[in-house]
Design a protein around this ligand. Structure first.
Ligand code: ATP
Ligand code: MG
Length: 465
């Protein structure tokens, strides 16, 4: 089936309709005008005819009547022969009177004159190529008196008017076509841009954003399209992350157990070696301490992986958030002091109790505090506070450490994303998972060189398990 563009569908019917209206309307107007004028013209001439007859003026020389009224006169005998006229010659009938009588429709008119119905007999006749309105009057002895009023000027005026009207109609139709083409293009261009964007998105480019800024339905459509593409990208990224998590989970599930057992043996053996008198030399003791440290690092990684692999069921209890803050911060107090970090704690007594798994939230909060501590190697200020929103409560941790670049911010929650030489990159991934298990979320804002703000949000309403 033939495919018509939206622009054609808009422009074509609009133009056709307009062309019909623009042409028909002037033609009808001209006809009405000519008809009205004709009526007026006839009435006026009938008045003259009346005067000419009643006053007996018709007995005068026809030339006098011609100069007085601007009309032509023809007088015919009862046998239709021309008795007298103001017209010079009849090039189209020659000297053939029968032909002239025919042209003047005398026979037909005579019937009407013999049965007068009170109205003048009027006919349109063309002589010598010129149109006349002829008014017939009966004279004595069956003769005719014909008063011919030239119509050429009116016919000419009608022709000129029609041409003017049609020219204007064509011009205006052209103008309308141009304007509707421009309007159509204005409407369809953004749609084309949108279609192109859709095609690019369909080929997998989810970074595509449609650049339409019009404040209309198409602008709204473009905005909705852009939002949809962004959501799609986000969902795809989340899917990729979920896949990574699943892979990490599977990997750790199969390896963690295998690694941890030999690791414990290694730790035990290293500790035993440390006790041996032949290892009492400082050089050997140092090596063993390194071994034990590395074992601890491997153990941490394996433990982090295992947390991913076996997300245990939440042990939810309605309790105050301050419990978590106090427990973790008490544990960290010495460490913070050692790193010259000043703690500013602000726990609002207004903070409502909320349901959460105390161990898991402690683990999440601890990870965040550790990150903050590691971000302030030269010391700094650590602000910890409870926060309350309309339907959620949370913990806010603010540090004035190294901060995070915009580029890194996008990857913080990805498992194994770390900038630290001895980091696992599982800390924040675990924090996010724990908060999401509670139906909450994590928000991180940061400025490089200035510090970082981490908010752990929990919903006030029932959480999913
Ligand atoms: N408060 C913070 N200030 C600056 N950078 C941060 C902060 N918190 C996290 N980061 C950055 O995010 C990265 C990822 O953090 P995450 O806790 O997931 O892993 P990690 O701390 O590197 O490793 P691990 O938690 O196993 O020690 C960090 O390496 C660090 O670059
Ligand atoms: Mg960390």
């Amino acid at each position: 089936m033939r495919r018509y563009s939206i622009q054609t569908k808009i422009v074509l019917p609009f133009m056709l309709l307009f062309a019909v209206v623009a042409i028909v309307f002037p033609l009808v107007a001209v006809e009405i005008f000519a008809w009205k004028y004709d009526e007026q013209f006839t009435r006026e001439t009938e008045g003259w005819v009346d005067t000419i007859m009643k006053t007996g003026y018709f007995k005068q020389e026809p030339e006098k009547i011609k100069s007085a009224y601007g009309v032509e006169i023809m007088i015919f005998g009862s046998d239709y022969t021309l008795n007298g006229t103001t017209l010079d010659a009849f090039s189209d009938v020659g000297q053939d009177w029968t032909n002239l009588a025919e042209k003047m429709r005398l026979r037909e008119v005579k019937l009407h004159l013999e049965n007068p119905d009170g109205k003048s007999v009027i006919r349109d006749v063309t002589l010598n190529g010129k149109p006349y309105k002829v008014f017939y009057l009966p004279l004595n002895l069956g003769r005719f008196y014909c008063l011919l009023r030239p119509m050429e000027a009116i016919a000419e005026a009608k022709r000129t008017l029609t041409w003017y009207m049609l020219s204007i109609a064509v011009l205006v139709t052209g103008l309308v076509a141009l304007i509707s083409h421009l309007i159509g293009r204005n409407l369809t261009n953004p749609i084309k841009v949108l279609v192109d964007s859709t095609t690019r998105v369909a080929t997998g480019n989810l970074d595509e954003q449609c650049n339409i800024k019009t404040h209309d339905e198409i602008g709204d459509l473009a905005a909705a399209f852009n939002q949809m593409t962004r959501d799609l990208k986000q969902s795809r990224d989340q899917l990729i992350q979920a896949e990574r998590l699943a892979t990490a989970g599977k990997m750790s599930a199969s390896f963690a157990h295998e690694i941890r057992n030999p690791l414990s043996s290694m730790r035990m053996l290293a500790q035993m070696l440390m006790q041996k008198p032949e290892m009492a030399v400082e050089k050997h003791q140092q090596s063993l301490r390194y071994i034990l440290e590395e074992i601890k690092q491997i153990d941490t990684i394996v433990k982090g992986l295992m947390d991913f692999a076996r997300p245990t069921a939440l042990n939810l209890r309605q309790q105050p958030l301050s419990l978590v803050l106090q427990a973790v911060l008490a544990l960290m107090a010495a460490n913070l002091e050692h790193h010259k970090i000043q703690l500013e704690l602000d726990v609002s007594p207004e903070t409502p109790e909320v349901q959460f798994d105390s161990d898991k939230l402690k683990q999440a909060f601890m990870n965040v505090v550790l990150n903050a501590m590691e971000a302030m190697p030269q010391g700094g200020v650590l602000k910890v506070s409870t926060i309350v929103d309309e339907d959620r409560v949370g913990i806010k941790v603010v540090d004035n450490g190294v901060g995070i670049s915009a580029e890194d911010l996008a990857h913080l929650f990805e498992p194994f994303f770390t900038k630290k030489t001895r980091g696992t990159g599982l800390g924040l991934a675990n924090v996010k998972r724990i908060l999401e298990e509670h139906g909450g979320n994590v928000k991180i804002e940061s400025t490089l060189g200035e510090g970082t703000e981490v908010s752990l949000w929990l919903p006030l309403s029932v959480v999913r398990n």
